[in-house]
Design a protein around this ligand. Structure first.
Ligand code: CDP
Ligand code: MG
Length: 720
């Protein structure tokens, strides 16, 4: 790998010129930074065991590497392997992450460490954003993305090594990926004439054999015999010290432990339960800032909306405080943050300032942020939960597990002794679950099943899951896919609908909505809808400005519901953008846009994210040849299309004003943020169920009840 040698001592033709001085300055800065990075790399705990690790990886086809967060696993191990020539014959090292932010920020960091341009030797690839190229040798990506690559390249033949990182997180995609990699590895080593000895026990051989049987006759050639593939190295990396589950799953694979560096962390609890943890967090931030020594603060919050809310509250309070106590730098980090802003969390605060990082649980183990001495942990996390009987998935804020709480407090002690403030009483800690239940056991599986079917795995119940989801959940999800037309009577992927759905990197119902929209001549509108629904919290309404925000929203809100309202906002934004960028140029236009968003109580970050997603999905549907038409002002067709797509999420008004979700029978209410909150139409479709004290539905559109039997007879003609 080329390494930059900018020492600022090149011969300069005109040393006295101003520009060459500036140049030299820049070069000096550059080389200072490289020196510093080199030093940092050398001082990481993992640096001292490089040789041993590389040897172990050479000796073992599957290796489990366990190491505390911050020891250098994610950034260093791929570089060790590249240096030790694991990328023979132009093959690459793939490293998967459960979170896109981690994939992106780590790739940027490693590109810098290697002194190469991002997208060359080091790159990343995540849904809706790809910087990798044919010269990429170290590729960071999300686990979901690697699963998608397997659709086109079932043997993952581009890779010589695949590292599954953050395996302890046990996201659905990580679990499915591990199952897939297990069989890909076996298939590749079987195909190689010099068949490497693999450590597979009977169980996995059987499961792979059954996969082989299922696949015979499949067009994707999952186990084509006429090819020879080089063996694949697998590395599973985890920050949880318990490697047993992984080792057992990979038939007794060896696990090695990388020692971390952990200083003592003092844990503080509140005396009583806090009724308002946002307020408690705010108070704690200022208490630390005013009373404690230097060091940055990391606050764990549950999502973008909450983070942005606290960000505003802190800023409000800062404007009222004295000059000296103002020296706080607030940096948010969450998944939908534009990628150029994500790197801000890693930059040190200006001298005299204290950094406050407002993070989702992404900062628990996925990204290591230097400089943290104080952690504030309200003890909550947003998690998926699924009720197979009702077929409903929802996102709920729930208590963390003990192991999450420990990971969080550990973040305070990486560089020196630290403090962690848990915003709950000590006896609550004892009541927490030891560890988090794998996501696959608490989510709707239709996406996973669609992916597996597309990979040629037909026997879902027989798939070698590390933790098997319940039979009820599998069957319910199969039923949903069948109702969406993705599966045939024989439970195979239907052609073209099921195949098209599997190609789109979206939730199956959204994919179906796009496919249907091309028939209803409203694909333009549906693309906007799906993009807006995929970005979190487009609107914000601070509590003290509810009326103002309602008035601002009036110009966009549609009596038909939230979906059309979102389309209007998107279009107004695009028009404004187009007009202003011609009028005033890029930089000024950005500012004008932010102002426009602020005035309209729209979250400019989220809207930009939605535009990004829109551009990407547009690319996909164009490739698929769907007809891109607009229904113009005829929103009736569009609403009918919503009904045809989201019929599983229909609800009717009951006499007392609540709603009954038709598929599940649950009693729900319209979320106060909906434009239909006051109107209460007879029948609606919705996109989201949120559960707080009540069950709320969000993102609604008014529909005609009779459309359901007309447009979704497969469900309503029989059932209701
Ligand atoms: O994966 P693991 O938690 O073991 O550690 P890592 O992510 O490889 O991080 C190693 C070091 O790199 C940490 O000290 C981070 O502070 C640093 N790092 C950074 O400065 N900037 C990044 N974008 C990523 C990591
Ligand atoms: Mg890591």
């Amino acid at each position: 790998m080329p390494s930059a040698t900018a020492h600022g001592n090149h011969h300069s033709p005109n040393p006295s010129s101003k520009s060459s001085n500036a140049n030299r300055n820049r070069q000096n800065q550059f080389s200072d930074r490289r020196q510093k990075i080199l030093q940092q790399r050398k001082s990481l705990p993992i640096a001292s065991v490089e040789k041993r690790l590389v040897d172990e990886i050479r000796k073992n086809d599957i290796l489990i590497i366990v190491g505390e967060t911050g020891s250098g696993k994610t950034t260093q191990i791929p570089q060790f392997l590249l240096g030790a020539k694991f990328c023979h014959d132009g093959k690459a090292i793939g490293i998967t992450q459960p979170r896109r932010v981690a994939a992106v920020t780590v790739a940027k960091r490693v590109a810098e460490e290697c002194g190469v341009e991002l997208g060359q030797e080091v790159g990343y690839s995540v849904r809706f954003d790809d910087t990798s190229s044919s010269s990429t040798r170290i590729k960071y990506m999300t686990d979901g993305l690697l699963l998608r690559e397997a659709l086109l390249d079932p043997y993952l033949s581009k890779y010589s090594v695949i590292i599954v990182d953050e395996a302890h997180e046990r996201t659905v995609q990580t679990d499915v990926l591990m199952g897939l990699l297990k069989s890909v590895q076996l298939a590749r080593s079987n195909s190689a004439s010099h068949g490497q000895g693999l450590n597979f026990g009977n169980k996995s051989v059987n499961s792979v054999t059954s996969l082989e049987k299922e696949n015979s006759g499949q067009s994707n050639g999952f186990l084509k015999k006429d090819h020879q593939y080089a063996p694949l190295k697998l590395i599973i990396m985890s920050a949880s010290l318990d490697a047993r589950t992984f080792s057992e799953y990979f038939c007794g694979a060896k696990a090695v432990h990388v020692q971390g560096r952990q200083f003592p962390v003092d844990i503080f609890y509140t005396r009583h339960a806090e009724p308002d943890y946002v307020d408690a967090a705010l108070i704690t931030i200022f208490q630390i800032h005013l009373e404690e020594g230097p060091g940055d603060i990391l606050v764990f919050l549950t999502g973008q909306e909450e983070i942005e809310n606290i960000e505003r509250l802190i800023n409000e309070r800062l404007t009222k405080s004295t000059k000296e106590s103002q020296k706080l730098l607030i940096v948010p980090i969450f998944a939908a943050l534009p990628s150029e802003q994500q790197l801000r969390v890693f930059a040190p605060a200006p001298s005299g300032f204290r950094k406050v990082i407002l993070a989702t649980n992404i900062a628990e183990t996925s990204v290591t942020i230097p400089g943290i001495k104080y952690v504030i942990d309200p003890g909550l996390v947003k998690a998926r939960s699924y009720d197979p009987a009702k077929g409903m998935e929802s996102l709920n804020v729930v208590p963390t597990s003990k192991s999450q709480a420990l990971q969080r407090s550990g973040r305070a002690g990486r560089e020196g002794p630290g403090k962690c403030f848990r915003l709950y009483p000590e006896n609550e800690f004892g009541k927490l679950e030891d560890s988090t239940k794998p996501e696959i056991k608490r989510c709707n599986l239709s996406n996973v099943i669609l992916q597996l079917k597309a990979l040629g795995v037909d026997d879902i119940l027989g798939f070698d899951f590390i933790d098997k989801p319940s039979r009820a959940a599998i069957i319910k999800s199969l039923e949903q896919l069948f109702l969406l037309g993705a599966l045939t009577d024989e439970c195979r992927l239907s052609d073209p609908v099921g195949c098209q759905m599997a190609r789109l990197p979206l939730d199956p119902v959204y994919s179906k909505a796009l496919i249907l929209a091309s028939q209803f001549n409203c694909l333009e509108e549906m693309l906007i809808t799906v993009a807006m629904l995929s970005a979190e919290s487009i609107f914000y309404a601070p509590r003290d400005k509810l009326d103002e925000s309602r008035t601002a929203m009036k110009s966009f809100s549609s009596p038909e519901g939230d979906h059309i309202t979102m389309i209007k906002v998107y279009r107004a934004y695009s028009e404004f953008l187009e007009k202003k960028s011609i009028e005033m140029g890029k930089a000024k236009c950005e500012k004008a846009l932010r102002k426009w968003c602020k005035e309209n109580f729209i979250n400019s970050r989220s809207l930009r994210h939605a535009c990004d997603i829109h551009r990407q999905i547009l690319g996909h549907v164009q490739q698929m040849g769907l007809s891109l038409a607009s229904c113009g002002d005829d929103m009736l067709e569009y609403r009918r299309c919503l009904a045809a797509s989201f019929f599983l999420n229909a609800a009717v008004k009951q006499p007392e004003g609540t709603y009954r979700a038709l598929a599940s029978g649950q009693v729900v209410q319209i979320h106060p943020s909906s434009v239909l909150f006051r109107q209460k139409p007879e029948c609606v479709i919705f996109n989201e169920l949120v559960q707080t004290n009540n069950k709320y539905v969000r993102n609604l559109t008014r529909i005609d009840y009779l459309w359901l039997t007309e447009l979704a007879p497969q469900y309503y003609a029989v059932q209701n």
